[in-house]
Design a protein around this ligand. Structure first.
Ligand SMILES: [Zn+2]
Length: 279
């Protein structure tokens, strides 16, 4: 008779442990770790978000590491000094916002990048903006040569035509394509991935991947075809993005959970870890 009778304390304990198990599993899904591949720490952010505040936001958002660039580059170095393992510096070629127009033709930009690379802390060059027809200009060609020499990747904001022109300059140089071209459809992204094995694609601001929270079938098929080629990122190009950062990354987690867990982990952080580790 005693064998079929469970003392209330044990029943309660059993119930609690089952509940705890469920909560732990829910928590793990919630907290899918993210390597944010598109963070800027540019001058307007320095006052309202000192490095300690930025790191607190990254904690809150479940960000393990981040690729960081900034205009000017000093912001990146300040953040990196605060968390050298967590912050992966990427060298932006713009010394100030004025460089954004006309940088492709200004040899002083190239000299600046070359001298800055002597610091030896960078894993990539970017994010820079490139339009179709600009890749052959003196500075983009120079950046490609520097990336090859220092074994760095290039982070480029470009449409599908411009990114292909850049890759073709030197196809062995790794290219991280910001925003998947901003509006390039999955078929176009897939065609470029087929053609260029060194191309990696980052999905900041691509709300069409899962509008309404449901993963789009064409994007899903592409993620399953190339699970090792996609990265996620926030793009903190304005201060409002810092406030939204945890929410933005939770939005990524919603559709990442609709993929097989190993693919979700590749896109959430493993691919970025590999990119940051170098060729
Ligand atoms: Zn950006």
């Amino acid at each position: 008779m005693r064998t079929s009778w469970l003392p209330p304390s044990r029943a309660v304990l059993l119930g609690l442990s089952l509940l705890a198990g469920l909560l732990v599993r829910a928590g793990l899904a919630q907290e899918l770790s993210i390597f944010d591949a598109h963070i800027h720490y540019s001058e307007p952010a320095w006052g309202p978000y000192p490095p300690e505040a930025v790191l607190r936001i990254l904690d809150r958002a479940g960000v393990r590491r981040a690729l960081v660039s900034s205009t000017p580059d000093d912001g990146t170095l300040r953040l990196h000094a605060q968390a050298p393992r967590r912050i992966v510096p990427v060298l932006r070629p713009y010394r100030s916002r004025d460089d954004m127009s006309g940088w492709t033709q200004d040899p002083a930009v190239l000299a600046y990048v070359e001298s800055r690379l002597r610091l030896g802390v960078y894993r990539g060059i970017g994010e820079f903006h490139l339009s179709a027809g600009q890749a052959a200009a003196v500075v983009p060609r120079g950046l490609v040569a520097l990336a090859a020499r220092h074994r760095l990747f290039l982070h480029v904001h470009a449409d599908d035509v411009a990114v292909e022109e850049l890759i073709r300059l030197r196809p062995e140089v790794r290219v991280l394509w910001a925003h998947a071209g901003m509006s390039s459809p999955p078929e176009t992204v897939g065609r470029l991935l087929d053609r260029y094995p060194t191309l990696q694609v980052e999905l900041a601001l691509r709300f069409d991947v899962a509008s309404g929270g449901t993963l789009d079938p064409a994007w899903r098929a592409l993620f399953l075809r190339y699970p090792e080629r996609f990265l996620v990122g926030t793009d903190t190009w304005i201060n409002a993005q810092w406030e939204r950062l945890p929410e933005i990354l939770d939005g990524f987690r919603v559709w990442l959970r609709q993929l097989p867990p190993e693919v979700a982990e590749q896109i959430a952080y493993r691919n970025a870890e590999r990119l940051a580790a170098g060729p």
